[in-house]
Design a protein around this ligand. Structure first.
Ligand code: NAD
Length: 340
């Protein structure tokens, strides 16, 4: 029997998760919950996706002439697992509905860690989600930092990581957020919240993060310095990274020198919605003085958490092991590893 999945919130993250669920051989998308009868609702209907709405919005859907399949509570009752991808804070309010209906729920990085029993990044701690009713997939930055930190910790042991995060100011489709011609401290007094958030996944990691917001929309850029316990040459690190799941290595020799090139690469790879699910690391950026390692990685904030949500669904609602789940996720989403 496929896992019945409902997605609540059909925005930047929710629409991508719904799309990815539809590609999984062991999952069925029961439907999505949406508040606004807009073009996204119309395209979802045209793709055969069932729509569930808040009861108090029924008139606006009737007026827009969009057929709906029930109210949010109906979706929650029909699903085995709910993935909540509503804006920051809304998930907490929704959690009461999931609890009332006795459903397993997966929340996103905008929700506080205290709402859930575990925060999960598949490569690091898939098994922590087992048997839990409420879990969280962390933010895009935390997911990317957790993946690379876990790699360094597992291969060489980490004494300390110092990471600087240049955050995109808004998503491409945002109409209300963003900064123009400015660089903002985020925050001015260090550390940024990201290090603490990474420790919800990697509990004992010695990581210190700072962040700035930059006026761009398509990616974050992380500059990472890691002091390792075991010496490793640049070549050894590149070889090991080439074998690491969900890490894409790119090179300036191929003309990929900026985050805009990474965005363009996603189009040439034929990725839906320009999705880049991998941490994108520039080979030339990798530097080792055999004590400190430095590297730079781009993070597509709109997509990196999508495979994590798919694995999180299996972790809470199936008996599949982490490797098998990630193999299926990576195959169905066309995720690559190593040099592109
Ligand atoms: P978004 O604003 O693009 O989408 C959220 C959608 O939920 C909107 O369409 C909104 O209308 C809808 N919504 C609001 N209340 C609802 C309700 N009660 N029921 C159903 N739908 C409702 O937001 P997003 O960027 O997709 O973020 C969703 C979550 O993912 C947040 O927790 C965010 O922190 C996290 N996240 C976002 C990004 C990113 O870069 N966009 C990356 C990783 C994680």
């Amino acid at each position: 029997m496929p896992i019945k999945v409902g997605v609540v919130g059909y925005g930047t993250i929710g629409a991508r998760i719904a799309d990815a669920v539809m590609k999984q051989p062991d999952m069925e998308l029961i439907g999505i919950a949406k508040t606004t009868p807009d073009y996204k609702a119309k395209t979802a209907v045209s793709r055969g996706i069932k729509i569930f709405i808040p009861e108090n919005s029924i008139e606006s859907w009737k007026k827009a002439g969009i057929k709906v399949d029930g109210v949010v509570e109906d979706l929650v009752r029909e699903a085995d697992v709910i993935v909540d991808a509503t804006p920051k804070g809304v998930g907490k309010a929704n959690s009461e509905i999931y609890k009332k209906e006795g459903r397993i729920a997966i929340f996103q990085g905008g929700e506080k860690k205290d709402l859930v029993e575990a925060t999960v990044v598949a490569q690091v701690n898939y098994n922590e989600a087992r048997g839990k009713r409420m879990i969280r997939v962390p933010s895009c930055n935390t997911t990317a930092l957790s993946r690379i930190s876990w790699f360094l910790e597992r291969e060489y042991g980490v004494e300390r990581i110092i990471a600087t995060i240049a955050r995109r100011a808004a998503d491409p489709a945002d109409k209300k957020e963003g900064i123009i011609d400015n660089i903002e401290f985020d925050p001015i007094k260090p550390p940024s919240h990201h290090g603490e958030d990474v420790r919800t996944v990697l509990k004992n990691l010695n990581i210190f993060t700072t962040a700035i917001k930059i006026p761009t929309t398509h990616a974050h850029l992380h500059l990472i310095n890691a002091k390792l316990r075991k010496k490793a040459s640049r070549e050894e690190i590149i070889d090991a990274l080439s074998e690491e799941r969900r890490i894409m290595l790119v090179s300036s020799e191929d003309g990929i020198t900026t985050t805009a090139d990474v965005f363009e690469l996603s189009r040439h790879l034929g990725r839906p919605m320009n999705n880049i699910y991998e941490n994108v690391i520039w080979i030339e950026s990798i530097h080792s003085d055999e004590e400190w390692v430095y590297l730079a990685q781009a993070v597509h904030q709109e997509a990196i958490v999508v495979p994590e949500n798919i694995d999180a669904i299996r972790a809470v609602a199936s008996t599949l092991d982490a490797e098998s789940s990630m193999n299926t996720t990576d195959r169905t989403l066309g995720i690559v590893k190593g040099r592109i």
